[in-house]
Design a protein around this ligand. Structure first.
Ligand code: NAP
Length: 483
C-alpha cells in the first residue's frame, strides 16, 4: 500500500520532467553485449539527461559475444571490454546478471519498473541451410563450436569428434568461417596461453584434422571475410592456403563489379587470393582449401549414420536488380568426402517471451530501433531494440556503437510521451525487492569483478590469460564464495 506521504512525494516527482536529476529516466537494458553497453554509454553521455540504467543478462557474466564469440586467438579485440568497464563505473549503472527474461522477470514487470526497455539480445541461434542431411550427426553450427571453445554455458555439452576427422567442410565465407577454420588448423600450442577452455584445448590437441575445405557460394570477389582474416589464415605456421588459379579466373560479372560497386575489402581479398593461388602444400602442413561458386545441396551419411559426404553444386553468378552478383546453380554437381561439417552461414535471433519477433528475419520488428508489434506495425511505447536484434547479424563490434546511439536518439525524442507504462511507484529499490522476493540470486557488477579476477588468477596459474568458468552452477558457486 502506498502511504499518503509517499504518494505525495511520488506525485511531485512525477511532475518533474523525465530525465531530470529529480526524476531520472529509468531504463532496463536486456543483454550485456556490445550493443547494450554502447546504448548505455550513449545515454550517460547525453547532456541534460539523467538516466538510471539497470543492465540484465541471463548469464552471470557480462559482455555477450565479446566473451562468448570472439575467438580466443584474437585477444586484442577483447580489449574493448575496458570501454564497457568504464561505462559500468557510472554511479547510475547497475548490473543484474543471472536474471532471465521470461523465467525470473517478465516484460510486464519491466514495464512497471522502468520508463524505457531496450532489447540488446543479439542473435543467439544460427541460420539453417535448408538442405537434406543438415541434422545428421557430425554436422555442427559454427555457433555451437564457437560457444563451446569460448566456454559459453549453453554449449558445453556439445562434442566434436576431431580425433577421428581428417577433412572438415566449413560452409560460408564470412569472418565466423575464418574463426572456425583458424581454430581448427592452428597449432594448439598457440591457443594454450589464451582464454580458450581447458576442455576444448584438450580436444584440439587430439585433433587429426588434415584439411579444412571452405565452401563459398559466390566467388572470391564476393567473399564476406575481411582481408586481414584470410591473410591471417594464409600466414599460420604449418598451414597452407590452397586456392586454384582456375577459381581466381574471375567471370565478367565479378570483374565489372570489382571495378564499380565492390567494397575496397573485396579488391584486397581478390588481390591477396590471386597472389597465393597455385601455392603448393608444404610437407606435413594442414591444408585450408578455398572453393568458390559452390553450394552444398545435400549432406549424406556413411554406414555409421554420420555425415560422410557433401554434395556440392557448381554455381554461376548473375547480376540481381541492384547489380549485386548473386549465385544460381548450374546443375553440375560433385561429391566431397568429409568427416565433419561446420555451418557458418550466419546467426539469427531467438524470440523473447512477451516480445514481438520477426520469424523470417530472426530479429525484433522495429522502426529504426523503436520496437513494433510486427514489422511495419504499431510502435510499442517505451520499448526499443539495438544491435543484431535490431538489424540482423552484420558488422563488426564497433558497428554497434553508432547503431545503439541512433536508437538512444529515438528514445530521447520519445522521452516526453512514450514510456513503457505509467507507474508513479517506479523507484530503483523496487526491482531489487522484486527479485529478492522471487529468490533470484542476481549477480552485481562487483560480484562479476571478483569472478573476473578469480578467472584471471586461475589462468595465471596455468600460464594463460584466464580460465573461464563454463557453467552457471560453478559460476554461481564461485560468486557466492567470493562475496
Ligand atoms: P556473414 O559475414 O554474413 O557471412 C556469412 C557467409 O555465409 C557468407 O559468405 C554467405 O554467403 C554465406 N551463406 C549464407 N547462407 C548460405 C547458404 N545457404 N549456403 C552457403 N553459404 C551461405 O556472417 P558471419 O560470418 O556469421 O559473421 C557475422 C558478422 O560478424 C559479420 O559482420 C562478421 O564480419 C562479424 N565477425 C567479425 C569477426 C572479426 O572481425 N574477426 C569475427 C567474427 C564475426 P553470401 O555472401 O553469398 O550471402
Amino acid at each position: 500500500m502506498v502511504r499518503e506521504g509517499e504518494k505525495r512525494v511520488n506525485e511531485t516527482l512525477e511532475n518533474r520532467p523525465l530525465g531530470s536529476s529529480e526524476r531520472p529516466l529509468r531504463v532496463a537494458v536486456i543483454g550485456s553485449g556490445p550493443s547494450g553497453f554502447y546504448a548505455i554509454a550513449a545515454l550517460f553521455k547525453t547532456d541534460g539527461v539523467e538516466a538510471d540504467v539497470d543492465l540484465f543478462d541471463r548469464l552471470p557474466t557480462p559482455f555477450g559475444l565479446v566473451r562468448g564469440g570472439v575467438a580466443p586467438d584474437h585477444q586484442k579485440i577483447k580489449n574493448v571490454i575496458r570501454v564497457y568497464n568504464r561505462t559500468a563505473q557510472h554511479e547510475r549503472f547497475r548490473f543484474f546478471g543471472n536474471v532471465e527474461l521470461g523465467r525470473d522477470i517478465s516484460v510486464d514487470d519491466l514495464r512497471r519498473h522502468y520508463d524505457h526497455i531496450v532489447y540488446a539480445t543479439g542473435n543467439e541461434s544460427d541460420r539453417k541451410m535448408g538442405i537434406p542431411g543438415e541434422d545428421l550427426p557430425g554436422v555442427h553450427s559454427a555457433t555451437e563450436f564457437v560457444g563451446w571453445f569460448n566456454g559459453h554455458p549453453d554449449f558445453q555439452d556439445r562434442s566434436f569428434d576431431l580425433a577421428s576427422a581428417r577433412r572438415i567442410a566449413v560452409v560460408g565465407n564470412g569472418n565466423v568461417a575464418m574463426d572456425v577454420t583458424r581454430v581448427l588448423v592452428r597449432n594448439p600450442d598457440e591457443l594454450a596461453p589464451t582464454d580458450i577452455t581447458a576442455e576444448s584445448l584438450a580436444v584440439l590437441r587430439e585433433s587429426n584434422v588434415e584439411e579444412v575445405v571452405l565452401l563459398g557460394r559466390r566467388g572470391p570477389a564476393q567473399a564476406a571475410f575481411s582481408p586481414q582474416e584470410i591473410k591471417e589464415i594464409g600466414s599460420l605456421e604449418g598451414v597452407t592456403l590452397l586456392v586454384s588459379e582456375q577459381e581466381m579466373d574471375l567471370d565478367e560479372i565479378s570483374s565489372g563489379w570489382l571495378e564499380n560497386g565492390a567494397a575496397r575489402s573485396a579488391q584486397r581479398n581478390v588481390a591477396y587470393l590471386t597472389e597465393v593461388a597455385g601455392a603448393r602444400a608444404g610437407a606435413g602442413d594442414r591444408l585450408v582449401t578455398c572453393r568458390f561458386l559452390v553450394s552444398p545441396i545435400e549432406l549424406q551419411a556413411g554406414n555409421d549414420g554420420r555425415v560422410a559426404r557433401v554434395v556440392i553444386e557448381k554455381n554461376e553468378l548473375y547480376a540481381s536488380d541492384d547489380g549485386t552478383p548473386r549465385p544460381r546453380g548450374t546443375g553440375e554437381t560433385e561429391t566431397l568426402d568429409v568427416d565433419l561439417v561446420f555451418k557458418a552461414v550466419g546467426y539469427r535471433g531467438v524470440p523473447l517471451p512477451g516480445v514481438p519477433f520477426h520469424e523470417r528475419w530472426g530479429i525484433l520488428p522495429n522502426d529504426e530501433g523503436r520496437l513494433q508489434t510486427e514489422q511495419d506495425g504499431d510502435v510499442v511505447p517505451g520499448q526499443y531494440v539495438v544491435g543484431w536484434a535490431k538489424r540482423g547479424p552484420t558488422g563488426l563490434i564497433g558497428t554497434n556503437s553508432p547503431d545503439s546511439t541512433a536508437t538512444v536518439k529515438k528514445m530521447l525524442e520519445d522521452i516526453d510521451g512514450a514510456t513503457a507504462a505509467p507507474d508513479p511507484a517506479k523507484a530503483p529499490g523496487k526491482i531489487v525487492e522484486l527479485l529478492e522476493s522471487r529468490g533470484v540470486d542476481f549477480v552485481t557488477f562487483d560480484d562479476w569483478t571478483r569472478l573476473d579476477e578469480d578467472e584471471v588468477a586461475l589462468g595465471e596459474a596455468q600460464n594463460k590469460v584466464r580460465e573461464k568458468y563454463t557453467n552457471i552452477e560453478s559460476m554461481m558457486a564461485a560468486v557466492n564464495r567470493l562475496r
